[in-house]
Design a protein around this ligand. Structure first.
Ligand code: SF4
Ligand code: SF4
Length: 425
């Protein structure tokens, strides 16, 4: 039976943190089903590793708002609405605020997205952030390019309503000066992930094609920690990287440096790696990573590990794309995730809500998908495999639909000065 989730009962419940444990306070007026669900969920969180504390609230992952907090409670309400009312809200919105970058990584996923016109302005991003949070987002994630190359990044960070959402940043780490870290903290940044391509200095700098970057990161981690920011590593694995012992190397480095969380992405043939299907993990490799990740997660001596093989597996949460997250390019085009180079419309032209609705109602994205769509060959063959080599990305969904029907797609794939305008019939 669907419980009544009226605004009053949703406003009435509170979460408390007592002796390190989360619990519902006071006795909520929620319908029994919803209350049981929340109690079970909080109990699960009590068994999760703590990555750190933000303003007195406990964080189990930078991807989840801490509890208790305004964004944390809002995240729980969104969860109830998702489970009981089948509401589709983008809990996480990844915004590529710029594509400028000092590095030139061999695997960069955003390079084919770069256009000849500038990214959205400060005022445009502020409007997008407000719309996004109004739509239900509880975690606004800045990525790039390198977000710290935008002089207004502190203003954009401050613009996220911290009573309703957290603000997280992915950075290459080079510009985390003491001043930048203090300004990010003062603007209310929740945490940051620094991208690392290898635990080995030489290999990291070679892959990033940026000599000296590794050493800069090692210095700058201390700046971030001194400013009181929580710091994570963002890493990716191929089967070869895993066999070379990179996961173990990253975990040891994270342990040595007192890193809060490590997020591990699987290598996906997208961006500069588009077409390189041989980098996709085999089921055996994914299983090996999954086992190793679980071992590290359970070991209290190591930082928390959020591994894609665990989180996006069929027995866990499946694919997040267009289910509870979206990605937006520096020009406002909206895609299901950072690694899905398919645009459903432009938020500046149509508004965030309209494009989100289109995305979540598309036949291929309207239902939950049990695993990573971009690693599923059947899914790829009717979507990204239809994108012509060398096409400007992200590619409009209408052009993919036309290609699937054998139509000429050239006209449909053209781009407007604002973004990938949808040539929908
Ligand atoms: S640091 Fe990020 S944005 Fe810059 S080149 Fe590397 S992957 Fe691309
Ligand atoms: S396709 Fe889904 S699981 Fe794969 S990277 Fe994107 S959101 Fe994550």
């Amino acid at each position: 039976m669907i419980p009544t989730l009226d605004p009053e009962s949703l406003a009435a419940f509170e979460v408390a943190l007592e002796d390190g444990r989360l619990a519902l306070r006071p006795e909520p007026r929620l319908p029994a089903d919803a209350r049981c669900y929340l109690e079970r969920h909080l109990e699960r969180l009590n068994h999760f590793k703590t990555v750190g504390f933000f303003r007195g609230a406990r964080s189990v992952s930078f991807f989840d708002p801490p509890l208790p907090s305004g964004p944390g409670k809002r995240g729980l309400i969104d969860r109830l609405e998702r489970v009981f009312l089948k509401a589709r809200k983008p809990a996480a919105a990844t915004l590529a605020v710029t594509y400028a970058c000092q590095a030139d990584c061999v695997h960069c996923s955003c390079q084919p997205n770069i256009r000849r016109w500038p990214p959205l302005s400060t005022e445009q991003w502020k409007g997008i952030i407000r719309e996004t949070v109004d739509l239900g987002t509880t975690n606004v994630i800045f990525t790039g390019g390198e977000p710290l190359l935008r002089p207004d990044i502190f203003e954009l960070t401050a613009c996220v309503d911290k009573e309703r959402a957290t603000c997280l940043m992915f950075t290459n780490g080079e510009r985390l000066t003491p001043d930048a870290c203090t300004r990010l903290r003062d603007a209310g940044l929740y945490a940051l992930f620094i991208s690392l391509d290898s635990p080995d200095e030489k290999i990291h700098d070679e892959r990033r094609r940026r000599p000296g970057l590794y050493q800069a990161i090692m210095r700058n981690i201390e700046n971030a920690k001194r400013a009181g920011l929580m710091v994570g590593f963002s890493i990716y694995l191929t089967g070869e990287k895993f066999r070379d012992g990179e996961l173990a190397g990253f975990m040891d480095l994270g342990k040595k440096l007192g890193i809060n969380e490590i997020v591990q992405f699987d290598a996906i043939p997208t961006g500069r790696l588009a077409g390189q299907k041989d980098i996709l993990l085999t089921p055996e490799e994914r299983e090996a990573i999954r086992k190793e990740a679980l071992r590290y997660y359970r070991d209290p001596a190591y930082p928390s590990l959020t591994a894609q093989a665990l989180v996006n597996s069929p027995d866990s949460m499946g694919c997040f794309g267009a289910y509870n997250q979206f990605y937006m390019t520096a020009y406002g085009d909206m895609c299901p995730c950072d690694f899905t180079p398919i645009a459903f419309g432009n938020a500046v032209e149509e508004g965030v809500r309209a494009v989100w609705e289109r995305m979540t109602h598309h036949p291929l994205w309207c239902k939950r998908h049990k695993d990573c769509r971009m690693q599923n060959q059947k899914f790829r063959s009717c979507t990204v495999d239809l994108i012509p080599p060398g096409a400007q990305l992200p590619y409009p969904i209408a052009a993919i639909e036309a290609a699937a029907q054998g139509a000429v797609v050239t006209d449909l794939a053209r781009n407007s000065p604002v973004g990938a305008k949808q040539a929908r019939s």
